[in-house]
Write a protein that binds this ligand. Structure first.
Ligand code: HSE
Length: 315
């Protein structure tokens, strides 16, 4: 027996920015830019996907759709046959820009499966993170997409783990998103296979400092966002991003490559800082960069029963 046709859930997942400078493949921050979905069970084998919003034209609506694949993956993981699926997605997260759109799709598919499976099988937080990491390959985007806030993610012999932290209220993110995209695999292909002990120590010190800066001492953000593990080697793949990070840092803003790029994340520590950073970008940047000024999302992904009439909403 599979989930009965007609059972439906509503899911919302935040964008995420991974790495935050020194915390490569480890740190992530959830941002209040969202993908929202309604997912309903259909008769087995049926599939009806429609997407609207940011990047909708590029998203497959057949069985290769990442959300649909993830729902099936979750059902398989708990040993239940997957139902057919109706998916209505309203996307706010830009795709291929280093803002965790694929991690968000994976988190959304798992949360949808959790909701649809309610009463049939249990998917707890540890299961969600484990399955998400199996699909995504690294936990730094999926941990904040699922759980919100600032997350430290790591792997041990029992799988991926995470610790969620609350961000100091004086820290505000601003993201500059270019027109062009960058694939994570291309951005990973230019990474150096080895790093020196000196550089490793540099990043250990900055990552530790970054936790203090983001939770207690925002005035340390400049020093705490320095990195020698990945951003310099990625400059060749995204020179405009690299130059914008330099321009912003030279102007005193704690700028880093967002995830695998090509967006730039700035973490400011004062109320006017975001507009000041946007002014610097407007005056000095090459190409066009769209500024987003989200809050830190503290909730992470959510799944609930649909509001009355939600399934009639045809997009
Ligand atoms: N930590 C990953 C990377 C994030 O930088 O490749 C990709 O979203």
């Amino acid at each position: 027996m599979t989930t009965p046709g007609g059972r439906a859930v509503e899911v919302r997942v935040p964008a995420t920015s991974a790495n935050l400078g020194p915390g490569f493949d480890t740190l992530g921050l959830a941002l209040s830019i969202y993908d929202e979905l309604t997912v309903a069970a259909l008769a087995p084998g049926e599939l009806d996907i429609r997407v609207e919003g940011t990047g909708a034209d590029e998203i497959p609506t057949d069985a290769s759709n990442l959300i649909a694949r993830t729902v099936r993956y979750a059902y398989e993981a708990v040993g239940r046959p997957a139902p057919g699926l109706m998916i209505r997605a309203r996307n706010g997260i830009p795709h291929g820009r280093g803002l965790g759109s694929s991690g968000a799709a994976v988190a959304a598919g798992l949360l949808a499966a959790k909701g649809l499976l309610a009463g049939e099988a249990e998917l707890g937080d540890a299961d969600l993170l484990r399955l998400a990491t199996e699909i995504e390959g690294h936990p730094d985007n999926v941990a904040p997409a699922l759980f919100g806030g600032l997350t430290i993610a790591w792997m041990d012999e029992s799988g991926p783990q995470h610790k969620k932290l609350l961000v100091h209220r004086g820290v505000a993110p601003v993201v500059f998103v270019p027109d062009r995209t960058m694939s994570t695999s291309a951005a990973r292909s230019v990474l150096l296979p080895e790093v020196s002990r000196e550089d490793a120590v540099f990043n250990v010190s900055r990552s530790a400092l970054l936790i203090a800066a983001l939770t207690q001492s925002p005035e340390l953000l400049m020093a705490a966002t320095e990195d020698k593990l990945h951003q310099d080697s990625r400059a060749i793949a995204m020179p405009e991003t690299y130059r914008l990070v330099r321009v912003l840092r030279d102007a005193g803003f704690a700028a880093v490559v967002s995830g695998a790029g090509p967006s730039v994340l700035v973490l400011v520590d004062g109320p006017g800082g975001r507009l000041d950073a946007a002014r610097v970008v407007e005056e000095s940047a090459e190409g066009s960069w769209r500024a987003h000024m989200p809050a830190v999302d503290f909730k992470g992904g959510t799944v609930k029963a649909p509001a009355e009439g939600a399934l009639e909403h045809d997009i």
